[in-house]
Design a protein around this ligand. Sequence first.
Ligand SMILES: *[C@@H]1O[C@H](CO)[C@@H](O)[C@H](O)[C@H]1NC(C)=O
Ligand SMILES: *[C@@H]1O[C@H](CO)[C@@H](O)[C@H](O)[C@H]1NC(C)=O
Length: 183
Amino acid sequence: MAPLMHFFATLLFVLIPLEATTHHHHHQQHGLKSLHFTLYQQETLNKTAYFVIQGVAGPPLSLTTAPFGTMFVFQDPLTLKPNHTSKLVGTSEGSAITSGLDGLQSITVGKVTLNLKKHKGSISIVGVTNNIKPSNHPVVGGTGDFLFVQGYITSSPVNLVGSPVTYKIEFHLYWPPYAYLKP
Ligand SMILES: *[C@@H]1O[C@H](CO)[C@@H](O)[C@H](O)[C@H]1NC(C)=O
Ligand SMILES: *[C@@H]1O[C@H](CO)[C@@H](O)[C@H](O)[C@H]1NC(C)=O
């Protein structure tokens, strides 16, 4: 058993740095740059995320619904892999206000701070999150290496029953040509 475990530990050790360097897809065409990668948001209720205002109408608070007007605030770690013990590469902070009368949707404003090997800075997002389906959020801008960035992120629930709950965040980022004119 022990040698086998050691084999897997060695294999993981070899695979992870490789993964960390190859999970980015990088394109540079006609001077336009884009970047596509996936991270995982780990959210622990009453620790990294809280319901701060109870809404006023619609379905009660459950795993997937919240009353209309409910305000939720979060500052969650972002990891490289679905497992919450995997490498920490950023944070996602923001708030969501339940804006669907069915209790399933909320308007979300967020800032994602990224500390990747070749890209450091933040991106800001805004959009509607559906609690049970993948949701696309437009990227409205960024700072640092993400100054002037555009594109969208897709947020999908991966595991809603554990602690932390996990969301997959797919990033599709595009830099406009004038991003290179930054000071
Ligand atoms: C979080 O805190 C609220 C209010 O104190 C409580 O009702 C709820 O059960 C807690 N949930 C978890 C998962 O700790
Ligand atoms: C996450 O990783 C830890 C440490 O490598 C491991 O003990 C645990 O079983 C993993 N959890 C899942 C759900 O795979």
